[in-house]
Design a protein around this ligand. Sequence first.
Ligand SMILES: Nc1ncnc2c1ncn2[C@@H]1O[C@H](COP(=O)(O)OP(=O)(O)O)[C@@H](O)[C@H]1O
Ligand SMILES: [Mg+2]
Length: 239
Amino acid sequence: MKSADKIETGVFDRKTMMLIYHMLNKGIISSLDYPISTGKEADVFRATTGAKFRKDGEFAAMKIFRIETANFIHMSDYLLNDPRFTRVRHSKREIINAWCQKEFKNLDICRRANVPAPKPFVFDKNVLLMEFIGEEGVPDSTLKQVGSESPEEDCETILGYVRKLYRVGFVHADLSEFNILMHGYPKPVPYLIDIGQGVLLGHPKSEEFLRRDVVNVLRYFKGYGVKRDPDEVLEWVKG
Ligand SMILES: Nc1ncnc2c1ncn2[C@@H]1O[C@H](COP(=O)(O)OP(=O)(O)O)[C@@H](O)[C@H]1O
Ligand SMILES: [Mg+2]
């Protein structure tokens, strides 16, 4: 790796900087506003959409997958078992780019299944631009952060999403209170996010992931006194 390709600013590597620069130049975004979240594998920023893309002044969320610190061994495992991504990828960069494309496609599956999730706008390499889930420019909080006002109902809603997705042959595979944003007031609607690891039903571990998703949701709402039996819920999801 050339030294210029390594992390330059401590935030983005050079190629990622160029991608963002191109998105600004093409008028897809007019600015990258501030980081909403910085993680080990990806950073999420609020961006303002540009003149060439949707209405000027509207916000978007830009998820930038980190090339340096991403857990690409774990990622390649998910990709190898996905019929949508059969080409063998060699470099870390290629694997992460495929991962970004996978999150884009998975968000699209949610939209088509009528499950609330950010609408995917565009992706390029390791950069994904999607609908901003927030109010007046302020990003919404996760279920983990704000908790649930109507636990019975929210639990039912989220399990309903799991069922809808299963019916179109898809499992989120990382569902928890951390990857759900509560959008809207006074009655917040759960939105699913962080869906790059989602798998199609043909994946060898899809059933295991489905059970884990359901167990995670039930575990969270159990804290609110919601009592549901995981096996019964699973039967309902698959019914
Ligand atoms: N479309 C979005 N709109 C607003 N905030 C978002 C959006 N997507 C992600 N976020 C924020 O960024 C955080 C991290 O995003 P996530 O996709 O869960 O990445 P990771 O967990 O891999 O770092 C979320 O918890 C949420 O606060
Ligand atoms: Mg997350």
